[in-house]
Design a protein around this ligand. Structure first.
Ligand SMILES: [Mn+2]
Length: 324
């Protein structure tokens, strides 16, 4: 699979690199690392993500080069889609991007739908950045400091700072190599974890206040409404990581965060649109729960979108607790 990808890329003059909406560290890290690598190979690469790059990741090289619209689609000979379980995860331009003759799908979600013409799905990779690292080595790309910094950030964030169950020996082996070429772990950690805005802390306060626990204590649930984000002046990116507070509660097996979509302006009684994030302690496969609702993800981290009444949605989730 890697050979096919390498041949394809090396024979392309112009490629589109894309990742998912509401990008996390792994999405951004793999996108930027691929972009920087394409430059060393003298392949013209356009970096695309529909959502803005969250402020805390703007310290990464080339983060300002990411475009929010994939223009002039005809010029691309291939597209590389990174960290997306489904093609639709890239957002509204999926039908447009689909017209690119070769779609290379690089991902580590076991629910990946193999939507590409070439699919490199490595479900035991701790992050898409790990797959990109191996690919770049195979391509003969020298992993320089800027590339290493992007890859390290993706691995750091997708393993929850080397705490999640996807953390293993190869995680540390790769990170050792990345540190060898100049990544400063303290510096990256300062950017990623040490720069919360006051509004984000105020949103956290509301999120903690919204906590509800199922009768048997196995499910914890947080709810964030559009109004809470507006009140605190926060963005979607500020919600990132808040679910971990719900997960840390003793005896909780599944933590749930319900987030209302923006522009959810509607009359009373009408259904709202919600994104539901799920995290488990490892004893429950939340990817399966997400799949049931039309979403996807990993065993311990998954999500889905739904249209519902909030009270009904909560009821459905708490019913799940009875069978855990
Ligand atoms: Mn990932």
């Amino acid at each position: 699979m890697m050979d096919q990808i390498i041949t394809r890329l090396k024979n392309s003059r112009s490629v589109l690199l894309a990742t998912h909406v509401n990008p996390d560290g792994d999405a951004i890290g793999s996108l930027l690392a691929m972009g920087l690598a394409m430059e060393t190979l003298r392949i013209d690469a356009k970096l695309f993500c529909q959502s803005p790059i969250p402020a805390l990741y703007r310290f990464l090289p080339w983060s300002h080069r990411v475009c929010r619209l994939p223009d002039d689609i005809k010029k691309y000979e291939a597209a590389v889609i990174l960290d997306c379980g489904e093609f639709e995860r890239i957002g509204d331009s999926v039908e447009y991007v689909q017209q690119i003759p070769v779609i290379i799908n690089i991902d580590h979600h076991f629910t990946n739908t193999h939507f590409g013409s070439i699919n490199l799905i490595v479900t035991d990779a701790c992050a898409t950045c790990e797959i990109v690292y191996q690919l770049l080595l195979e391509m003969g790309v020298t992993i320089n400091q800027p590339i290493a910094r992007c890859l390290y950030t993706g691995i750091l964030t997708d393993t929850g700072s080397f705490r999640f169950s996807n953390t293993n020996r190869s995680t540390f082996e790769i990170c050792e190599e990345l540190v060898k070429v100049g990544v400063n772990p303290h510096d990256v950690a300062k950017h990623v974890y040490g720069q919360y805005s006051l509004s984000r802390i105020k949103l956290l306060n509301l999120a903690l206040d919204s906590l509800e626990i199922s009768k048997n204590g196995k499910i914890s649930l947080m709810t964030l409404t559009d109004q809470m984000l507006q009140e605190t002046g926060t963005q979607n990116e500020d919600v990132d990581g808040m679910i971990n507070y719900a997960r840390r509660i003793k005896n909780v097996k599944v933590a749930v965060l319900i987030q209302e979509y923006r522009n959810g302006r509607r009359r009373t009684g009408e259904r709202g649109r919600y994104h539901v994030s799920l995290r488990s302690d490892g004893s429950v496969d939340v990817a399966n729960i997400a799949l049931f609702f039309g979403g996807g993800g990993h065993v311990t981290a998954a999500g889905f979108c739904t249209e519902s009444h909030l009270s009904h949605l909560k009821e459905t989730i708490f019913k799940l607790a009875e069978v855990l």
